[in-house]
Unconditional design. Sequence first.
Length: 278
Amino acid sequence: MAGDPMLDTPPPFVRLGPATAVSPLVIAVPHAGRFYPAPIDRERAVAWSVLHDLEDRYADRLITGAVAEGAVAIVATHARAWIDLNRAADDREGSPASPHGRAGLGLIPQRLGGRPLWRHMPDDAAIDARVEALHRPYHQAVSLALADARARHGFAILIDCHSMPPIAGESPPRLVIGDRHGTSTAPWVVERLTDAAQAFELHPARNRPYAGAYGLTRHGSPRDDVHAVQLEFDRRLYLDAMLREPSPALDATADLFAGLCRTILPSGRSETFPLAAE
């Protein structure tokens, strides 16, 4: 099942934006893929709607404005139900799993809300094949884009774009900024994003309940002037009441995303940002 009119077997990712890094900004979208390989239908133990709940539904459509302004984007094509690109390749059943893996949301999602997703989990050989076909090339593409940006601009910033179910409570955050508790980026990146999100009345939170995962751990290296942050947008900002399809607010939310990106980019030739060497 493919939710979008993609190729029968799409490539592991789509690269958007200029051929070379005109901007230090790279965007990654690991969880918005809507291509479901045929074996999923044979092995699923739940309704399609449950597997769709794993998606960062249409988060790939939030990045259009930022890409138009010069960012490079690496967008996964395959569904998270098939493989989770925001998990380490060894985060799998039977291994010393991460907290996500222990909750059933490791490299191959096993459970959601306590419900088993599959009649049979794939064996190690099948998982290795998915890693080689999808996980490895996706992260290589992100690494190459960041290396190009850093070489051309002196620093690079990765925004890992996600979306989240609504958070309950009074004035809940509409945006969660994750930086792996201060380890994946220099403070000024989070400070600028937080100030902008407050101005946009998004009531931003930092690292709670989402601090970021493998994408930030692998690619963020502030000592080397490569910064990585995760942005989790409340799906009510751009999806319909059922949180299934884009709402009329999608374009405005994409504009908001682009506005957040602008705050962490140089505004002119005279502006410099603090780098590790300083």
